[in-house]
Design a binder for this molecule. Sequence first.
Ligand SMILES: CC/C=C\CC/C=C/CC(=O)SCCNC(=O)CCNC(=O)[C@H](O)C(C)(C)COP(=O)(O)OP(=O)(O)OC[C@H]1O[C@@H](n2cnc3c(N)ncnc32)[C@H](O)[C@@H]1OP(=O)(O)O
Length: 291
Amino acid sequence: MKMALRACLRTKPGLTALLSQLSCSGHAAARRAPALVAQRSSSSTSQKIKVDFDQSSGVAVMHMQSPPVNSLSLEFLTDVCIALEKLEMDKSCRGLVVTSSQPKVFSAGLDILDMYGKSPEHCAEFWKAVQEMWLKFYGSNMITIAAVNGSSPAGGCLLSMTCDYRIMADNPRYSIGLNETKLGIVAPFWFKDTMVNTVGHRATEMALQLGLLYSPAEALKIGLVDQLVHEDQVLTTATETMTKWLAIPGILNISYTCHFFHLWCCNLVCTICSCVCQVIAAKKIHLSQDF
Ligand SMILES: CC/C=C\CC/C=C/CC(=O)SCCNC(=O)CCNC(=O)[C@H](O)C(C)(C)COP(=O)(O)OP(=O)(O)OC[C@H]1O[C@@H](n2cnc3c(N)ncnc32)[C@H](O)[C@@H]1OP(=O)(O)O
């Protein structure tokens, strides 16, 4: 699915325009950008993320370092988007591993404090930044691997699902999933669609209806993560796995993209139809209450 979006971003200007309305590159560009120096190996750091780029392998590692739990605040999301933009522009960077510098937590999801009691303008900017992060990861030309070295609820799970491959620490104390329902929040349709593309319809239905958080073993069973390894080996396994992915010529990825692009379009049409039906149904209910 990620490859579908990748192809569509490359080849469909109309859709790119549509998607970019969701995006907010403007605000990201306005902020300071961590520098990536063109040398054999480089490191760039913003306040909340650190990127190590090894030019000989073409692989960058993004360390999320926003204590205590890498919650996705507007500032954090903006830093991530800027770093991604820079890596994307550097054609020598072909692979990206995302991981956490915080003990026990990959990411706690959206920053609740950044959603509560804020102005409508702030909420709009925040929400655009969430969408931008999703678009940038899902539409990335790089192979992306999530090295999930801790718990990853809600938006943290979404972030990992936008990657091509997920490796999780095999520690039963960690959990991953879209638990929005348990918080009294309806997961947005594109959270749902991302999960459907990862684990299928039935597993997503169960997960969202019940707001389930899965142990690593359960997550592996439903395909929410692809591999479990010992906690100490998450990052090394991710970089080893990246080598295998990068050995596949990019052109083959593009041909799979065409199949998945078709599926993605069907999904989008279904979602639009379903929204129209919901509006009609809501209007009918409203009208029937008037009588
Ligand atoms: C406009 C938006 C519209 C719709 C949005 C729909 C989509 C929503 C998606 C989301 O992502 S909502 C966020 C959902 N996130 C969660 O439910 C995670 C809640 N957190 C946890 O389960 C745990 O904190 C953890 C498993 C991530 C880590 O556990 P542990 O290591 O035991 O740490 P603590 O629980 O003690 O937390 C430490 C510290 O961090 C604060 N914190 C935790 N999560 C968040 C968060 N999401 N946003 C902001 N802050 C968070 C927590 O309050 C603690 O703060 P202290 O000041 O008390 O130390």
